[in-house]
Design a protein around this ligand. Structure first.
Ligand SMILES: [Fe+2]
Length: 306
């Protein structure tokens, strides 16, 4: 099954907030049931790295505060996005149960705002602990016994959510032949709309002695390059915001981390993706509103279908 976290009711949210000792003085926009939904926009987040201790600081960043900021911004959008997607590394380092308890609490406003939430695991996640943190998560058909994968239909695109977690707290990732076979079959059966693939790990040519990205990138490309409905591959992992276009015309969209970054001046934040019939518009939202790249937009034009 995918990690799909359904919305919760206002009553459930209040009950959870009381249990967590969270202030009930919440902005009005949190109650977004009445806001119009724009199913063609998705909020794209990655690498939240939430620790059990909400005061945790990593690389001079308060991880929970960063995620809280992003959650607040997503909830405050004038129109409810069709979904929020987090491309992995929800947990701090080892996918511990306490990390997900804190993560679930921080993510609650998204659910209370009636925004479906999708998670794909990263190399700092633990599938079982992640699933267990959301016991009420809706059971869905499981195309793969041990991986969290899904096809999500949106009006202007099909989202293929993949699971590249190999070993928790070990850097590289792998999709594996079972998942790639599912991807190929499911792409073939759903060729009527643009396809967007999302997973945690970055494409990697594996030319270095110790590759840190997706070890079976070559196999992934064999599957997606000839299938012209595939327009973009969305990922996190590197904690760097970057959009590149492969020779095939497929966009490689590297989402920024909501958490810490490794390089000086690299933005942390999230991306609002607005789909169009022939492309998409990406808008970067930086945690630091004064960052030079805050508000940057990138227009994508899909490659031809045939
Ligand atoms: Fe990460």
């Amino acid at each position: 099954m995918p990690i799909y976290i359904p919305p919760i009711t206002r009553r459930q949210f209040l009950r959870g907030s009381l249990a967590a000792g969270v202030s009930l003085l919440l902005p009005r926009q949190l109650w977004a049931e009445d806001k119009p939904a724009d199913l063609n926009t998705w909020a794209l987040l990655s690498d939240t790295h939430i620790a059990a201790d909400r005061a945790k600081i990593a690389r001079e960043v308060n991880l929970a505060e960063h995620f809280e900021t992003v959650v607040r911004e997503v909830v405050a959008l004038p129109q409810r996005p069709g979904a929020a997607l987090i491309t992995g590394d929800c947990a701090f380092l080892k996918g511990e149960r306490g990390d997900y308890a804190a993560f679930a609490g921080l993510a609650q406003p998204i659910r209370a705002a009636q925004i479906p939430l999708y998670l794909v695991p990263g190399n700092h996640d633990d599938r079982n602990h992640l699933r267990a943190a959301f016991t009420e998560a809706k059971a869905t058909r499981r195309p793969s016994a041990d991986r969290c994968i899904a096809l999500v239909h949106a009006p202007l695109a099909n989202w293929f959510l993949l699971d590249s977690l190999d070993q928790t707290n070990s850097t590289p990732g792998v999709l594996g032949e079972t998942q790639l076979a599912w991807l190929a079959q499911t792409l073939d059966a759903n060729a009527d709309k643009p396809a967007i693939i999302a997973a945690h790990h970055n494409p990697d040519d594996c030319s270095r002695p110790k590759p840190s990205g997706l070890l079976d990138t070559a196999r992934l490309l064999e599957v997606i390059l000839p299938r012209k409905q595939v327009k973009a591959y969305v990922f996190g992992h590197t904690h760097v915001w970057k959009v590149a276009r492969h020779d095939s015309g497929i966009y490689f969209i590297n989402l920024p981390a909501t958490a810490y970054v490794f390089g000086k001046g690299v933005p942390s934040g999230w991306v609002l993706a607005t789909l169009k019939p022939d492309g998409a518009r990406l808008q970067l939202n930086c945690i630091d509103r004064a960052h030079a790249q805050h508000g940057q937009t990138v227009e994508l034009k899909w490659r031809a279908a045939l």
